[in-house]
Design a protein around this ligand. Structure first.
Ligand code: AMP
Length: 184
């Protein structure tokens, strides 16, 4: 059973790669951003709370996100999962460790996607999502550097981290990830 976390800055290609890997390995693709965007569209209580936060490029509170992820992981039916967009804070990472312990997921692998900042800003500007305005992008990168980047150190100390260059073509990055995963 594959237990994967795909990690990296906004715009690095986490969503694209997670979707491909999920299909190739029959995994559940858990994108917290997609869960939130669906809630916004459906105007649920969660969506109403999340919309303004997302439009500014800030983070939805940890307690809310931890609850969503726990509930989703408890219901996994496929041959594993790939978490995309979570954890984004140290608090979330610690909560996730507890959830993994409880659910006996003990072979977690982190895929760390890297790309340089200029490339990331260009990709985001070309994506056209409602939270992809220049101001929001600048804030999302700041939030990433302040709150999310430390999560990587957390996993480097305690987990299996695969370093992947996120700068090439989608196909090349995908085959790099798959071949590194097969080493496990
Ligand atoms: P994403 O699609 O992963 O870029 O997420 C889009 C937006 O959803 C982010 O900019 C945040 O506002 C919110 N979001 C997604 N995942 C999380 C999370 N794990 N913690 C807090 N906010 C999140």
């Amino acid at each position: 059973m594959y237990q994967l976390i795909i990690f990296g800055p906004p715009g690095v290609g986490k969503g694209t790669q997670a979707e491909l890997i999920a299909e190739e390995l029959n995994l559940e693709h858990i994108s917290t951003g997609a869960i939130l965007r669906k809630a916004v569209l459906e105007q649920t209580d969660l969506g109403k709370k999340a919309k303004e936060i997302m439009d500014k490029g800030n983070l939805v509170p940890d307690e809310i996100m931890n609850g969503i992820v726990k509930e989703t992981l408890q219901k996994i039916k496929k041959s594993g999962f790939i978490l995309d967009g979570f954890p984004r804070t140290l608090e979330q990472a610690k909560a996730l460790s507890e959830i993994f312990k409880e659910l006996k997921f003990n072979k977690v692998i982190i895929i760390n996607l890297k790309a340089d900042e200029n490339e990331i800003v260009n990709r985001l500007l070309n994506r056209g999502r409602s939270d992809d305005t220049r101001d929001t992008i600048v804030n999302r990168l700041k939030v990433y550097n302040d709150a999310t980047a430390p999560v990587k150190d957390f996993y480097e100390k305690s987990g299996t981290v695969l370093e992947i260059d996120g700068m090439g073509s989608i196909e090349k990055i995908n085959s790099n990830i798959l071949s590194k995963l097969k080493e496990f």
